[in-house]
Design a protein around this ligand. Structure first.
Ligand code: G6P
Ligand code: MG
Length: 220
């Protein structure tokens, strides 16, 4: 009985939110806008363009198209200086164990991320080959909570949506999985991710037995 397990990247496999925070903060401050950890929370799962639009709205700033593009590039260059220093030690605890179990048991394994840097990051942490299918910000037009990213991954694996399980740390991502009729597993705070079918603080709380059960039962 083959199921597909679709992983978000940022906040699920690696904690890149801290690097996004540093890069966005530097950029926001450079144009006179304050940027807090709480605001960073609101950018989780949100595309790069949409993130900058939000920051500009918080600062009541309007920019020309040209300047907007320039700031986007600046942020990403800054972000990439952190990404380039990443290695396997940044894989979040418990993740490798679950990926290994899924591979051993011939389950579908996909990445479903909004990031245009997803492939680079997977290569840095040496997980590129762990994913049979990668859907990222370079092949998706509609952002989460639209289910496009996950539906696309399921299609490429030739597995029905009803037989897919999604791991997500953002509210928008959980909503996307639910809309696609996939099982949603929240990684993070139960209060924040209350729409998810299951929530765990992190992967160390997810047992192989739990995953095994998902692979064997009818999900929906
Ligand atoms: C993920 C992160 C967001 C980020 C987005 C785009 O969804 O949670 O914080 O803005 O990817 O990432 P990118 O690497 O393309 O700027
Ligand atoms: Mg995420």
């Amino acid at each position: 009985n083959k199921k597909a397990f679709i992983f978000d990247l940022d906040g699920v496999i690696v904690d890149t939110a801290k690097y996004h925070f540093l890069a966005w903060k530097k950029l926001a401050n450079s144009i006179g806008v304050d940027f807090t950890e709480e605001q960073n929370e609101q950018l989780k799962g949100v595309s790069r363009v949409r993130s900058l639009e939000k920051i500009l709205a918080w600062g009541n700033i309007e920019l020309s198209e040209e300047k907007f593009m320039e700031l986007m590039a600046k942020k990403n260059n800054d972000y990439l200086t952190y990404v380039n220093q990443m290695d396997e030690s940044e894989i979040l605890p418990g993740v490798t164990r679950i990926l290994a179990y899924l591979a051993e048991n011939e389950q579908g394994i996909a990445l479903g991320s909004a990031s245009k840097n997803a492939r680079t990051i997977l290569q840095k942490v040496n997980l590129y080959d762990a994913f049979e299918v990668i859907v990222d910000g370079t092949n998706v037009t509609k952002a989460k909570p639209d289910p496009e990213v996950f539906v696309n991954a399921a299609k490429q694996l030739s597995i029905e949506n009803e037989n897919c399980v999604v791991f997500e740390d953002s509210v928008a991502g959980i909503q996307a999985a639910n809309t696609a009729k996939m099982i949603s597993i929240g990684i993070g705070d139960k209060e924040v991710l209350k729409e998810a079918d299951y929530v765990f603080n992190d992967f160390t709380e997810i047992s192989v037995d739990f995953i095994k059960e998902l692979t064997m039962k009818k999900l929906k």
